[in-house]
Design a protein around this ligand. Sequence first.
Ligand SMILES: [Fe+2]
Length: 128
Amino acid sequence: MTKRFEIYKCEVCGNVVQVLLDSFGELVCCNQPMKKLQVQYDTNELGEKHAPKIEHRDEKKYVNVNTHPMIAEHYIQFIEGIDSKNNELHLKYFYPEEKPEFEVSYTSDATKFIEFCNIHELWGENNN
Ligand SMILES: [Fe+2]
């Protein structure tokens, strides 16, 4: 059983997929079920480093994870925002050396942001 916007990872090859529409099947990769990733929330050092943060500058709203390294071995691969009705997804990918930030002035204040680190996986905002 899969639900919209859930994220799964293959523990063999590292494939990461996100569900667009609910269904009853099981996601399989490399001949085994994919692991459903849970969004992590923590106020410890690891959590503080990974939690997406909202900043307001020049009358615009941004989400970023500027507290995290952005080197090839360890970086934020994407940040996404999902609205409170689970109807809108806002996603941006990043590469090493890029600033992990994007403007989200068009999102509602109820939008929740998560990010994916290539080592530590999924993290959410700490204000939940
Ligand atoms: Fe990390």
